[in-house]
Write a protein that binds this ligand. Structure first.
Ligand SMILES: Nc1ncnc2c1ncn2[C@@H]1O[C@H](COP(=O)(O)OP(=O)(O)OP(=O)(O)O)[C@@H](O)[C@H]1O
Length: 235
């Protein structure tokens, strides 16, 4: 397992948000975190990344404890984060946004990789990020995650607010990304989750309540209805 999370408990102020999160994330796969709004998915990613300090529990990355380390140290260990609000610089160009996010000097290869995964970004290379479409902004945010050359990428709800045709492009991109980088994906869009996910965890009320293979979940409509509020025709 590249990431191992055990019994995570996180408070935000006095609110007890995470009350027992357990994750085992295999290398080279996409692990999807599912669950209703407010279940604690974003808080889980923020705790793993070191933006929130857990009150209890442990987090191991590549067998090394990272519990309670600040975010810049967690990033240096090889974890990258693509937040839901995208955190791109509107006044800078696509190129500048990517170069700022780059940690290593030998970045040209990384830029080429980003462009090959997201050809749309090449076309918008010298445009200000603020002028991009919603889909392009999401691609840029993911590109910024990729140029950190992290071995594990945490991606928070990339499909939010995007048209189905753009979500399909993101699915293709995530399939490319997973050839080289392990991914933990928070995703409410079950079609995207199913298209790219190998394994899933369901969070409910700050706890992991179910896990398994994506294929099993796709076949289990009662589980989908119970925790995700969806039902899809199996195909
Ligand atoms: N800064 C905060 N102050 C107080 N409560 C918060 C704060 N941030 C999050 N919460 C609460 O923590 C709970 C978990 O939020 P979180 O964002 O992790 O859920 P989520 O599963 O990612 O849902 P969503 O898809 O809506 O982002 C929610 O009840 C939310 O209201």
């Amino acid at each position: 397992m590249i990431l191992n999370v055990e019994g995570l408990q996180t408070y935000i102020g006095e609110f007890h948000i995470l009350q027992g999160v357990y994750l085992q994330v295999p290398a080279g796969k996409v692990t999807v975190l599912l669950g209703r709004n407010g279940a604690g998915k974003t808080t889980t990613l923020r705790t793993i990344m070191g933006f929130l300090k857990p009150r209890q529990g442990k987090i191991e990355f590549e067998g090394q404890g990272i519990t309670g380390l600040p975010a810049h140290q967690v990033a240096r260990k090889g974890l990258g984060y693509v937040p839901e609000d995208q955190a791109i610089f509107s006044g800078l160009t696509v190129e500048e946004n990517l170069k700022i996010a780059m940690r290593s000097k030998n970045g040209e290869g990384l830029l080429e990789k980003v462009v090959s995964i997201f050809p749309d970004l090449k076309a918008a290379w010298r445009k200000k990020a603020g002028s991009l479409s919603g889909g392009q902004k999401q691609m840029l945010a993911m590109g910024r995650g990729l140029v950190t050359n992290s071995r594990l990428l945490l991606i928070d709800e990339p499909s939010k607010g995007l048209a189905p045709v753009v979500v399909e492009k993101l699915a293709e991109a995530i399939k490319q990304i997973k050839k080289e980088t392990t991914v933990v994906l928070v995703e409410q869009n079950f079609n995207l989750a199913r298209a790219v996910g190998d394994r899933y965890y369901i969070l409910d009320d700050g706890r992991t309540v179910h896990s398994g293979t994506m294929a099993d979940l796709a076949a289990d409509t009662s589980l989908q209805q119970r925790y995700l509020g969806i039902s899809l025709s199996p195909h």
